[in-house]
Write a protein that binds this ligand. Structure first.
Ligand SMILES: Cc1cc2nc3c(=O)[nH]c(=O)nc-3n(C[C@H](O)[C@H](O)[C@H](O)COP(=O)(O)OP(=O)(O)OC[C@H]3O[C@@H](n4cnc5c(N)ncnc54)[C@H](O)[C@@H]3O)c2cc1C
Length: 423
């Protein structure tokens, strides 16, 4: 005999957004069930930020947060991010005595293990008397045409391997497709489609990029080199630029610069990398060469102290610079020096793809936010249905923006659920 239960709110997905929403809704006196197919909860929080969880960013301080997000409707995030700010989340950490620090560019990390954040959220759920169902598979769910006898408030029915759940409100917090190994699934998109929502095609984002003939061109030999660069894609008003660190890998490029640009990159489009962002190298190489007896390689080392020697050797070992690499700087024709400068200031590469969802940190695209109320996260298609966190078409920059979106969207939904007069 299958067990049947009623909850005011059932939340599917006990990740960052799901736990925050469950805790807040439960603490408002509503009965809440939190379902997850994973047995181990909060895995993405635990592995985030190299195990220290970059839980928010100070730039999300109540002012317009939309510039830090990729979405078909970037303004959608404004209300939620002003309603629940980076400071609000830090106050919660303070309450639990969880120490944290700022790394750079406003990125806030735990001093110790990310596990503390998971435990804090679990404790917040306990304070809200949330009922947990882990290792729980949802078999089907439906909007009920008529409330079943004895469950007059119910609007949804959820069939699971742990029983039948009726609820008045259903919150989808199942995240995106990044890292299936820790529980990611397309479940949220399927539910959204079932209720008539449109999905912006989900793609891997904040992900390393790959390039054709990388090893054939010898770039694999640069593996391990990291340096600060200016990276960009698109042109005119569509241009996106980041000043971040680049990392050469065996199979392509990674590091914060590439992860950031990957969220904007479209297949077929080039990416421009300025390897010496603070110097107009073509101009300086031609201007300052007069009377210089040092070799070109030495000149480059002096002019660009941030360029690792291995990268300089590689660059000068390529055509057409190979022939002049050992010559005196003053003797090298300006045309060649200009070409060298431009090749380092405007290195243009064409990615062939990315490492995909397995290696991505987030998913770009998702449930179209045009069909969601930005103040409550409630579906405009179906009363009582909510979407929170990464399942929506909201993708934050690297640097704590994705967790802050999870917290903020969850808090907005929880406030709407608490205000619901039904039990
Ligand atoms: C390696 C890595 C590092 C990251 N580091 C950072 C960082 O430092 N800072 C930052 O801001 N962001 C970071 N992120 C992104 C961040 O983790 C996510 O944006 C955030 O967790 C999204 O929260 P969410 O609650 O929407 O989804 P999730 O946290 O992904 O939670 C979704 C939950 O739904 C469950 N679920 C999925 N499908 C089903 C189903 N069919 N049935 C039941 N349950 C289901 C999952 O098991 C999971 O528990 C990182 C991501 C990765 C992968």
């Amino acid at each position: 005999m299958r067990q049947t239960s009623y909850f005011h709110t059932v939340i599917i997905g006990a990740g960052a957004a799901g736990m925050m929403c469950a805790a807040r809704t439960g603490q408002g006196g509503k009965s809440v069930a939190l379902l997850d197919h994973a047995v181990k909860i909060g895995e993405k929080i635990r592995i985030s930020g190299g195990g220290r969880c970059n839980f928010t960013n100070r730039n999300l301080n109540g002012h317009d947060g939309s510039p830090y997000y990729v979405s078909q409707q970037p303004r959608f995030v404004r209300y939620a991010l002003s309603r629940y700010t980076a400071q609000d989340f830090m106050h919660l950490l303070d309450k639990y005595g969880i120490a944290y620090h700022e790394k750079h560019k406003g990125q806030m990390f735990c001093d110790d293990s990310a596990q503390a954040v998971v435990e804090m959220l679990q404790n917040e759920c306990r304070l809200g008397s949330v009922t947990w169902y882990t290792g729980c598979t949802v078999e089907s769910l439906t909007a009920l045409p008529i409330a079943p006898a004895g469950y007059e408030q119910a609007r949804f029915g959820i069939n699971t391997d742990q029983g039948l759940f009726y609820c008045r409100n259903l919150v989808i917090a199942t995240g995106g497709l990044a890292v299936p190994a820790v529980g990611a699934s397309p479940f949220g998109y399927e539910v959204a489609k079932q209720f008539g929502h449109h999905i912006i095609p989900p793609e891997a984002a904040l992900v390393p990029l790959r390039f054709e003939k990388w090893a054939e061109q010898g770039f694999d030999t640069l593996s391990g080199i990291a340096l600060p660069v200016r990276i960009s894609t698109g042109s005119g008003k569509q241009a996106v630029v980041f000043d971040e660190d680049l990392l050469f890998r065996h199979k392509g490029l990674s590091g914060p610069a590439v992860l950031q640009i990957s969220s904007y990159w479209q297949p077929g489009r080039h990416i421009m990398v300025n390897l010496v962002p603070d110097t107009d190298l073509a101009e300086v190489l031609c201007r300052d060469k007069v009377g210089k007896k040092i070799q070109l390689k030495t000149a480059l080392k002096q002019l660009c102290p941030v360029l690792p020697e291995r990268l300089i050797d590689f660059w000068l070992g390529r055509e057409p610079f190979q022939a002049v690499a050992g010559q005196k700087w003053a003797d090298i024709p300006n045309a060649l020096l200009q070409q060298l400068g431009q090749s380092l200031n405007h290195w243009t590469v064409l990615p062939t793809g990315s490492d995909g969802h397995k290696k991505a940190e987030v998913t770009r695209g998702g449930v179209d936010v045009k069909e969601i109320n930005p103040k409550t996260m409630q579906s405009k298609q179906c009363e009582g249905l909510y979407f929170i966190g990464e399942v929506m078409d909201v993708t934050g920059w690297l640097g704590g923006y994705n967790f802050q979106w999870a917290w903020a969207s969850a808090v907005c939904a929880a406030e709407a659920l608490r205000a619901d007069e039904h039990i």
